[in-house]
Design a protein around this ligand. Structure first.
Ligand code: VGL
Ligand code: ZN
Length: 201
């Protein structure tokens, strides 16, 4: 369950269209899984992915950082602020791990596995592998950034990956949604809908 946080939902600083609609679906879906991981975007104040940290830049501009091209965002999901909290209607009491990412001031992390420098691990690949988990189902926010990058990295680390598209919502800036789906398809990420998921025995 990727980044279902207040700043990405209605009234949030990086509001994603119709994002609140994923919450009831995720509540239903989560009950079908024994192993649930919750992730949170968890930025420092003044994080390098914020437009406000770069003079003369505005949200949705792109800049070159040491590790490559970075989209600049409105300030969002700052550590321990109300906007970084999980959506208030999430109901996933049995989740076993809450994983935070994006907390290095100079490195963004869309992926829940590997930060944007492509060298710094979050540890999730080790956690899943050590627990004998070989397939991940992804839902949450946003389809074209954190869900897509996470699904692609899941494949990179040898996991099967299924994106539950009706339980995700996208930002879609500069064609990002179409390119995310194309990259996921090429990487062997499966695309499914909530009703297709059977409960784990
Ligand atoms: C996300 C943009 C910036 C996401 C996080 O969760 O998809 N998008 N930070
Ligand atoms: Zn972020």
């Amino acid at each position: 369950m990727v980044d279902v946080q207040k700043d990405f939902t209605r009234g949030g600083s990086l509001e994603v269209p119709d994002a609140d609609a994923v919450v009831p679906l995720i509540n239903l879906l989560a009950r079908r899984f024994v192993n649930v991981v919750i992730t949170q975007d968890w930025h420092t104040p003044g994080h390098s992915s914020f437009a406000s940290s770069h003079a003369g830049r505005k949200p949705f501009d792109t800049i070159e950082l040491s590790y490559g091209t970075q989209v600049l965002w409105p300030d969002h999901c700052v550590q321990d602020t109300p906007g970084a909290a999980l959506h208030e209607r999430l109901d996933v009491p049995h989740a076993q791990l809450t994983l935070r990412k994006g907390f290095h001031p100079q490195i963004d992390s869309y992926s829940v596995f590997l930060e944007a420098d492509r060298r710094t691990y979050t540890g999730l690949s080790g956690y899943l592998a050590l627990r004998g988990i070989d397939r991940v189902f992804l839902a949450g926010l946003t389809t074209d950034f954190c869900v897509a990058w996470s699904a692609l990295d899941a494949r990179r680390f040898g996991f099967a990956a299924v994106v539950l598209e009706d339980a995700c919502r996208a930002i879609d800036t500069n064609g990002s949604l179409a390119s995310a789906w194309a990259a996921m398809k090429a990487a062997g990420v499966e695309r499914a809908r909530t009703f297709q998921v059977q409960a784990e025995p």
